[in-house]
Design a protein around this ligand. Structure first.
Ligand SMILES: *Cc1c(COP(=O)(O)O)cnc(C)c1O
Length: 372
């Protein structure tokens, strides 16, 4: 059976190890902030080569806690791409901050740095580059711009765990570890996913790490002493135990995704009706999604055509953020042309670490027959 994401086959391939890890936590009764959480935190710090990983309950919380820890105040403006998942901008609005939505590049789908620069005002305090679909936003000019204008950089790394970004001096870093704070999600379908909800924040800054921990834990700086208004956001030990098992396999999972993407690229590369995903030169694409852009033909008709053949496909994302009813008050009107174009023409095919060549042949045939 072809699935967008095949967590069932993935689990079956490591069932014994997962079951043992989960049962160990149950027997330990350390369900919250237990040994398993501390172990996973240290393992992820080592993998990402970052000084601090602060686990939390989900990726949306990670973004919210990051903005709370940076003490952003109502009225402060935060620049975000208009082509992203709602969570990125939602937490900004929730905290009374103002999301300022800008366009993305047509090739990488990531935030357009010049448009972000043009959107800076005296009230701008932060920018949230999203590493969309598995490759890094162009962090070097973003970090330079942020430094020039005194902005915080909060990376939304929910879709790109394991991706590298290389600077012009040759230094490479993991996405999520380049800004002041990186945020990620361990939602089951992400590249590194658990069996429920989970998330984390990353930072090299000791003071910021302490603040993030404090905000995530009811603003508490010592037991029953609450220095700031915080939230309750924890990664539970069972999820951490699952994540430890899967982190060991993350590079292999991402390599499998890249191999599947290579196969799609070869199959679709010669079709004038389709644009295959562009791989930016200075980042490794970990293909959270494999997203085609239709140059001709009706995208929704293609989705329907595939569905009739038992092939799932998804549209990430069909509506620009600024056209969502909830965000109407943050938009003065007009359109961002690239975001509009992408919302009309993108389609994501099944992409996961267990995709077989047989399944991919079937998917390729399904797509090709639509244009035949
Ligand atoms: C999944 C995702 C989030 C939110 O993660 P949750 O764990 O579901 O809260 C945020 N941003 C992006 C880009 C995502 O893909």
């Amino acid at each position: 059976m072809i699935r967008m994401v095949d967590l069932k086959t993935q689990y079956e391939n490591m069932r014994e190890e997962i079951d043992r890890a989960v049962l160990e936590v149950i027997a330990s009764t350390e369900y919250i902030n237990g040994t398993a959480v501390k172990r996973f935190q240290a393992e992820l710090e080592e993998y990402l080569q970052v000084k601090h990983v602060i686990p939390c309950a989900n990726g949306t919380d990670a973004l919210q806690i990051a903005m709370m820890a940076l003490e952003l105040k109502p009225g402060d403006e935060v620049i975000v791409p208009a082509f992203t998942y709602v969570a990125t901008a939602e937490v900004i609005a929730l905290l009374g901050l103002t999301p300022v939505m800008v366009d993305v590049y047509p090739d990488s789908f990531n935030i357009n740095v010049e448009q972000a620069r043009a959107a800076i005002t005296p009230r701008t305090r932060a920018i949230v580059p999203v590493h969309l679909f598995g490759q890094s936003a162009d962090m070097e000019p973003i970090l330079q711009m942020a430094q020039q204008h005194n902005l915080y950089v909060i990376e939304d790394n929910a879709q790109a765990t394991g991706s590298d970004y290389c600077f012009s001096d040759g230094e490479c870093r993991k996405t999520g570890t380049m800004g002041h704070i990186g945020c990620t999600s361990f939602f089951p379908s992400k590249n590194l996913g658990c069996y429920g909800d989970g998330g984390a924040m990353m930072t090299h800054d000791d003071d910021l790490a302490q603040r993030l921990r404090m905000v995530a834990n009811h603003g508490q700086n010592q037991l029953y002493h609450h220095a700031v208004i915080g939230v309750n956001s924890r990664l539970d030990s069972i999820q951490a135990a699952v994540l430890s098992v899967k982190l060991k396999r993350l590079d292999q999972y991402n390599a499998n995704r890249r191999r599947a993407a290579d196969y799609y690229d070869a199959a679709f590369g010669d079709m004038p009706q389709l644009k295959i995903p562009t791989r930016s030169a200075n980042t490794t694409h970990v293909f959270h999604q494999y997203t085609l852009v239709l140059r001709e033909g009706n995208r929704d008709a293609l989705k329907q055509h595939l569905a009739e053949r038992g092939i799932p496909a998804m549209v990430y994302y069909p509506i620009p953020l600024y056209k969502q009813q909830a965000f109407a008050r943050y938009w003065a009107g007009g359109e961002l042309p690239v975001t509009e174009q992408l919302c009309r023409s993108v389609i994501s095919l099944p992409m996961h670490s267990e995709l077989t060549l047989e399944q991919q042949d079937q998917i390729v045939e399904g797509v090709r027959s639509f244009f035949a």
